[in-house]
Design a protein around this ligand. Structure first.
Ligand code: BYC
Length: 335
């Protein structure tokens, strides 16, 4: 349904990329730029400009936070899944998201920022995580729609990241994308089953699609013209496809899937544009997006409180793990 192919078009013209301040040593900068221009990979031991390092820590830690906060809306349904099969699938999926968070925190740690520092950013509200996880999952159909649309949007955004210029991030993304692909398919399959059910089930699916569609389009981030980080991110080969281009690819890929499923997408302006060879779509509510990103979405406070509580209540587990590691070291030294 979504290709795992990495041969996505690379529209990475670095329009508007600002030169990095001349404070960086020119000979090292030249080597770094050449590696980027040759589509090489930067590894943790390589020299890199400070701004590149900071951008990566920002993006990878936000991504990691999104994975672990993303466990919450779905975890909410584990105890209420309608069958043993659906419960087992959902547990596996939520566990995968936790694993994605761990790969990503590990990738970010190779840049010299500790996991504790990153989590502190999340817990104090300084760091961002994806807007999409600040909405409630009100019905069982939401779980299918989150798989189909939210994970579908995530894969669209994340496949190009498998070719990111920073080696540890790119390698982590290969595995994340394979697992996300399973997540997307299980969501779509759950919805296909519901759409062969009762009128109430079909209505529940349509109602969930209506609530999630626009929020999924906003997930790709602000329009290119209002995206302050895009030009530099693309120049550095961190981002490979722009926010708007990914959004368009998602719309184009999703419309045929909606037809097969038998649902309508809640946008009267959706129509095929022969000239552009793409679907046109309506206006996204960017005020709502920014309100949510800035902490005022329906579930922001609840999500953050849950994460902080889990962190505090897990302190004894971290203490026990550290005590065990110390004991093992002492035994090793004594041997
Ligand atoms: N939500 O200049 P821009 C998942 C922020 S995980 C919140 O375009 P950039 C999943 C952006 O951070 C989904 N904030 O930025 C998990 C920036 O603020 P700062 C997460 C957003 O970095 C579990 C400002 O707006 N995926 O799907 O060039 C279960 C301006 O934006 C959002 C990733 O993190 C948003 N939606 O591009 C199921 C992928 N959009 O940092 C599913 C990796 C933008 O300057 N990240 N902002 O304060 C990326 O690809 C890029 O960071 C983004 C943004 C496309 C998200």
């Amino acid at each position: 349904m979504y290709t795992q192919s990495f041969s996505v078009p690379d529209n990475s013209s670095p329009k508007g990329a600002t030169p990095i301040a001349a404070i960086e040593p020119p000979e090292l900068m030249e080597k770094f730029d050449k590696c980027i221009d040759d589509d090489g990979r930067i590894e943790p031991q390589d020299w890199m400009p400070d701004a590149y390092r900071k951008t990566l820590v920002r993006q990878i830690s936000q991504h990691a936070h999104s994975e672990i906060v993303g466990m919450l809306p779905e975890g909410n349904w584990i105890s209420r899944a309608p069958s043993l099969k659906r419960k087992a699938i959902l547990i596996a999926k939520v566990q995968d998201e936790g694993g994605h968070g761990l790969y990503l925190y590990s990738a970010a740690e190779t840049l010299g920022t500790s996991r504790d520092q990153m989590l502190e950013g999340l817990h104090t509200g300084r760091a961002k995580y994806s807007s999409i996880f600040n909405y409630p999952t009100s019905t069982w159909a939401d779980i299918g729609v989150v798989g189909w649309l939210v994970d579908g949007a995530a894969i669209m955004n994340q496949i190009p990241l498998c070719r990111c210029s920073y080696g540890p991030y790119a390698r982590a993304m290969v595995r994340v994308c394979k697992e996300e692909s399973f997540h997307q398919r299980q969501g779509y399959e759950a919805l296909l089953v519901m759409m062969t059910g009762t009128a109430e089930q079909k209505e529940m699916v349509q109602e969930a699609v209506n609530r999630w569609w626009w929020k999924c389009l906003a997930m790709f981030g602000p329009p290119d013209a209002d995206s302050p980080n895009s030009a530099q991110g693309m120049r550095w080969g961190i981002k490979r496809i722009s926010n708007d281009d990914l959004r368009q690819k998602f719309v184009d890929a999703t419309i045929p899937q909606a037809k097969v499923l038998g649902v309508t997408l809640p946008d009267p302006d959706l129509k095929w544009n022969e000239e552009r060879q793409h679907y046109d779509y309506g206006q996204i509510d960017w005020d709502e997006f920014w309100a949510t990103v800035n902490g005022n979405g329906p579930c922001n406070k609840e999500r953050l409180n849950t994460r902080v509580k889990a962190w505090n209540e897990g302190q004894w587990v971290r203490d026990a793990a550290m005590a065990h590691a110390r004991k093992q070291n002492t035994l090793k030294e004594a041997a």
